[in-house]
Structure formats: C-alpha cells, structure tokens
Design a protein around this ligand. Structure first.
Ligand SMILES: Cc1cc2nc3c(=O)[nH]c(=O)nc-3n(C[C@H](O)[C@H](O)[C@H](O)COP(=O)(O)O)c2cc1C
Length: 173
C-alpha cells in the first residue's frame, strides 16, 4: 500500500472481532512510530504494547468513548517520557513541543496499522490511574493516548466527512 492510499484508507473503526496480532507486525507498527520527527530529536515517546486480552478489556472498559476496544487484538498506550520531553525553550513550548512529537508518532503508527490491513482508533479519554496500574507504567511516563488496533468488524463504513480544502486553507502567495 502506498502512503497516499494508507492516508486515505485510515479511518476510526469502533467495532472489532478479537484476533491476536503477530509480534512482527506489532514491531513494524512500533518501528514506524519511532521514525517520527521530534523537537530537537528528543523522542519523548514510550509505547506500552498491551496484548494480554484481559488487560486490553480492563483498560478499554474505562474509556468513556472506547469500550469497543475490549475486542481489539492490541492496545498501544502512548506515553510521554517526561525525562526526555523537550523543555529547553520554556513557556508554552514546554507542552507544545512534546504534544506535537507525540502526535507525529501516533499518526505514523496508525498509518502503519492501516498498511497492515488492521483497523484502528485513536482514544483520547481514559482513566489514567487504571491505565498506569494495568501497564505497570513508571512515574516519569504520562499516558497521552491509547490506540485500539485489530480486526475491524463494522463492515465498510464510509470515512467521516472532511471539510473542503478551501475552508481550511489560506494561500499566501
Ligand atoms: C486526540 C484525539 C482523541 C480522540 N479520542 C477518541 C475517543 O476517545 N473515542 C473515539 O471513538 N474516537 C476518538 N478519536 C477519533 C476521532 O473521533 C476521529 O479521528 C474523527 O472523528 C475523524 O474520523 P476518522 O478518524 O475516521 O477520519 C480521537 C481522535 C483524536 C485525534
């Protein structure tokens, strides 16, 4: 699958039929994540790859808009390593830079999952305490997002509508 196809094909899938995912596939998805750019190459990401079905279900259960994740084969809990986050510019950049780094890493992993014909969904709301407990997350890591990845089970739903380019673009020539 070429990049354009992966970008176009990726959509949020909110129904899964449980199937485990091969470790090599998971490793390729993770490897795509760490190829992302980051502020001053700080690479602040740390990904907890959850493959244990009971843990997947326990984590998904606490996501107000992500309970469907209980049936996916993989949860990627994307955490920010606070020791590596770029804080050298101060002020608003202290959050702005690491936020952008994490987003780039996350999108790379979603596109890689799509390339592997796996369905996915980015989950932003979760119970931080429970996620920490279920993953054994260290204190210096902060969970920022959870990615549900697995075998989709929602047929061929169309992708959510996009605003026309003219509405979101200003040409400065
Ligand atoms: C930061 C962020 C948080 C999100 N959180 C959730 C969520 O908790 N539950 C969910 O079902 N979708 C969530 N989404 C997915 C968006 O709803 C989805 O990307 C958007 O509706 C566009 O649809 P598409 O991904 O199919 O293109 C989140 C997306 C982002 C970027």
């Amino acid at each position: 699958m070429n990049l354009k196809d992966a970008i176009t094909k990726r959509r949020s899938v909110r129904s899964y039929a449980y199937q485990p995912i091969a470790k090599e596939t998971i490793e390729e998805i993770l490897a795509a994540g760490v190829q992302a750019p980051s502020s001053c190459n700080t690479q602040p990401w740390h990904i907890y790859a959850v493959t244990n079905k009971e843990k997947i279900a326990a984590i998904a259960e606490t996501c107000p808009h992500g309970k469907f994740g209980a049936e996916c084969g993989l949860l990627l809990v994307c955490a920010q390593n606070e020791d590596r986050a770029c804080r050298r510019f101060g002020g608003e950049y202290d959050t702005r830079f690491p936020n952008q780094d994490m987003g780039a890493c996350i999108q790379n992993m979603l596109l890689s999952a799509t390339e592997h014909n796996l369905a996915s969904c980015w989950i932003g709301l979760f119970d931080e305490k429970l996620v920490r407990a279920q993953t054994g997350m260290t204190e210096n890591h902060t969970p920022v997002a959870i990615l549900c990845i697995g075998t989709g089970n929602d047929g061929d739903k169309p992708k959510a509508r996009r605003l026309p380019l003219e509405e979101v673009t200003t040409w400065v020539e």
